[in-house]
Design a protein around this ligand. Structure first.
Ligand code: ZN
Length: 469
């Protein structure tokens, strides 16, 4: 029998607020263990939480970008469980009234992955296992999170990957999170069940916890699919369980059989008041949403006429998009700007993280100056590349590297003289060209480029040569 995969994801995203959700400790990643803490985030008796307003603002932005309805009257709840990374023995989260509900993420195929809910909550501390001991670091405790729960609409590992990539990009565009999976600021729990193809019920599901890489998500889903399919086709039953993925063996294994929500004994958090969000705040947030990734990708392709490949290389990085757009807004052509960014500039950045930051020793206005010289034919692509390369190494302005002399190029009379010289110096190439070998003419271009150190306008030279021949 063939089985179809049914999957939903719970994605935890750390919000990029400067301070924690219920105290004024920093949310900075790293730091010496237990130095970003206070009585509130370590759960000391009598310490009282105060909700960080920015957390609600960020979560609303995220919700609106994912097409959710915002619950303007809501509250926080206690989720009770005892574990050493949670000193209060409860996590402040949301249970029956999440901040955002009923949204979706659109995939490129047009398929929509439903978003059941988005709620705000605090992160727990971190356990560090070392030399036979377990240490606890509370720096992460109290860092604000949103948990984005999807509907079980995902039907393949590839769809799961695209869903996570799209979420990551949207959060980055909104600047509500850096979503660095390797640092844990974005992590996913993956629910998986199988059912016979065409069936309309849901099978027993397993949940793989804390996935921190896109490729692990895909691999774990593939493994779990085969594991469950094998059980089902041999007449067995899949046991509902919480699992871990071992990245070294590529296998999943059971951590515990699944607890139910009632095990957490949720109840409304008595130390925090009801959250009431004025309708105008929601409208303001809606109006301030930026262009979203998929819209941008389409615009780059359709309106700016960039190739799909180039458009994708740009839209993946928000900082690059901002730089590129400010460049074309000052009059530089989209095509030359995009080609220089994805060519010469990207070649200086070895990692995704560097492209993410896109820190350059010159600003978009200087870059636009260079591109405009290229657009107008005042400099040729070789000189543009050489200048850009110097600017990337030493910073500075275009005028530091290209003089008005350079930009003036070679005047018409001089150019014609050079063309005559080029023809005289390359009799074989001229003969070949006349015999129909179009490409032979490049020997003449080479002569002119060398003679003028790349300053001559080759298009003009081409016209002259063809006239002379
Ligand atoms: Zn604190």
């Amino acid at each position: 029998m063939k089985y179809e995969l049914v999957s939903g994801l719970e994605t935890h995203v750390e919000l990029a607020t400067a301070t924690k959700i219920f105290c004024s400790c920093t949310t900075a990643f790293g730091g010496a263990p237990n130095t970003h803490c206070c009585p509130v985030c370590t759960g000391q008796p009598g310490a009282l939480p105060v909700l960080n307003k920015r957390v609600v603002e960020f979560a609303i932005r995220a919700g609106l970008a994912l097409h959710c309805k915002i619950n303007t009257v809501t509250h926080l709840d206690r989720k009770n469980y005892c574990y050493p990374d949670l000193p209060k023995a409860y996590q402040i989260s949301q249970f029956d009234k999440p901040l955002c509900e009923h949204g979706y993420v659109e995939l490129e195929s047009g398929k929509k992955i439903g978003i059941t809910r988005i709620h705000i909550e605090e992160d727990a501390g971190k356990l560090v296992h070392d030399r036979g001991f377990t240490f606890v670091d509370y720096n992460r405790g109290g860092v604000p999170l949103i948990e984005i729960v999807s509907e079980p609409d995902i039907s393949s590992p590839e769809e799961a990957r695209e869903y996570v990539e799209k979420l990551q990009l949207i959060m980055r565009y909104l600047a509500v999170s850096d979503c660095k999976m390797q640092e844990g600021s974005m992590r996913c729990d993956v629910n998986i069940s199988l059912r016979p193809e065409g069936a309309d019920y849901l099978g027993a599901r397993t949940e793989i916890k804390n996935m921190n890489s896109m490729s692990f998500i895909e691999k774990a889903m593939e493994y779990e699919y085969s594991r469950q399919a094998e059980i089902l086709s041999s007449g067995g039953k899949v046991e509902q369980a919480t699992m871990r993925y071992d990245e070294h063996t590529g296998e999943t294994y059971v951590m515990r059989t699944k607890e139910d929500a009632q095990d957490y004994r949720y109840f409304p958090e008595p130390d925090l008041p009801t959250i009431i969000i004025p309708e105008e705040e929601v409208q303001k947030a809606q109006a301030s949403l930026p262009e979203l990734p998929l819209e941008k990708l389409k615009r780059y392709r359709d309106m700016l006429q960039l190739s799909d490949h180039t458009a994708r290389q740009l839209y993946k990085y928000k900082a690059v998009c901002d730089f590129f757009e400010s460049c074309i807004n000052s009059g530089a052509s989209a095509r030359n700007s995009a080609n220089l960014i994805t060519g010469a500039i990207y070649s200086r950045f070895a990692t995704e993280e560097q492209k993410e930051k896109f820190s350059l020793p010159f600003d978009a206005a200087q870059f636009a100056e260079l591109v405009k010289l290229l657009d107008s034919g005042k400099i040729n692509p070789t000189l543009a590349q050489m200048t850009l390369s110097k600017m990337l190494t030493n910073g500075g302005k275009v005028s530091d590297y290209i003089s008005t002399e350079d930009v003036k190029g070679v005047d018409e009379g001089e150019l014609e003289k050079l063309c005559r010289e080029a023809i005289a110096a390359n009799p074989q190439a001229v003969a070949d060209f006349k015999a129909g070998k179009e490409k032979a003419i490049s020997a003449l271009y080479g002569y002119i480029k060398r003679a003028t150190q790349g300053k001559a306008d080759i298009r003009a030279a081409d016209a002259i040569i063809k006239r002379l021949l």
